[in-house]
Ligand binder design. Structure first.
Ligand SMILES: CC(C)(COP(=O)(O)OP(=O)(O)OC[C@H]1O[C@@H](n2cnc3c(N)ncnc32)[C@H](O)[C@@H]1OP(=O)(O)O)[C@@H](O)C(=O)NCCC(=O)NCCS
Length: 170
């Protein structure tokens, strides 16, 4: 897809008012969705959590949440706990933009390493992560309880302003 055709998004902190839409996107995106209580915990109780949503402006001028991301920031490591784009808005560059923004904010907060778990069969997400420099560092066999699928642990190290300039330059 040409850069010019990609959808512009605005990334902002998630609030309690967003939870209904966030949970709906999560349910549409995962075979083991997070219950609303997990989002509630991450939003209000987990001091290590940061949560953002990606919004687009519809033709009628209204903002629409089309993506979500939750990270855990522990010292200089960021763990991407979940990231998803509404199925109707995928393949328009939103997931990449949301992840780039997440990594940018993480570097600003002191992260030098980013880690995540991804299903071995989730090739779309793996391709996105590899594009941004993530590499598979280990496997957790039969990690996902719904189908016994393996989890791949993917990591990118050496996050800094040069790295941000590189990922912004796609
Ligand atoms: C993974 C996900 C967030 C990607 O969001 P998206 O907005 O569709 O991604 P983008 O349009 O920004 O695509 C970025 C890159 O990801 C890869 N990608 C995305 N969808 C893909 C697909 N269906 N097949 C192959 N590669 C794909 C490509 O490398 C793509 O770059 P390209 O457009 O230059 O080819 C989205 O598919 C999703 O929400 N999936 C369900 C939830 C999920 O699996 N989350 C990750 C859990 S670890």
């Amino acid at each position: 897809m040409d850069k010019a055709q990609k959808t512009e998004i605005h990334v902002r902190p998630m609030t309690g008012e967003d939870l209904e839409q966030v949970v709906a996107i999560d349910r549409l995106s995962f075979s083991l969705p997070w219950p609303p209580s997990s989002y509630h915990f991450e939003l209000y109780e987990n001091p290590s959590s940061r949560l953002w949503v990606a919004e687009i402006q519809e033709e009628d001028g209204k903002n629409q949440i089309v993506g979500l991301v939750v990270i855990w920031l522990i010292l200089d490591e960021v763990h991407i706990a979940t990231i998803a784009v509404h199925p109707e808005y995928r393949k328009r560059g939103i997931g990449r933009r949301l992840l780039v923004e997440t990594l940018r904010k993480s570097v600003q907060m002191g992260a030098v390493t980013a880690t995540l778990e991804v299903r071995a069969g989730n090739l779309a997400a793996q391709r996105l992560y590899k594009d941004l420099g993530f590499e598979v560092v280990s496997t957790r066999p039969r990690y996902y309880v719904d189908n016994n699928e393996d989890a791949l642990i993917m990591t990118v190290t050496g996050l800094n302003n040069d790295y941000l300039a590189w990922i912004e330059d796609f």
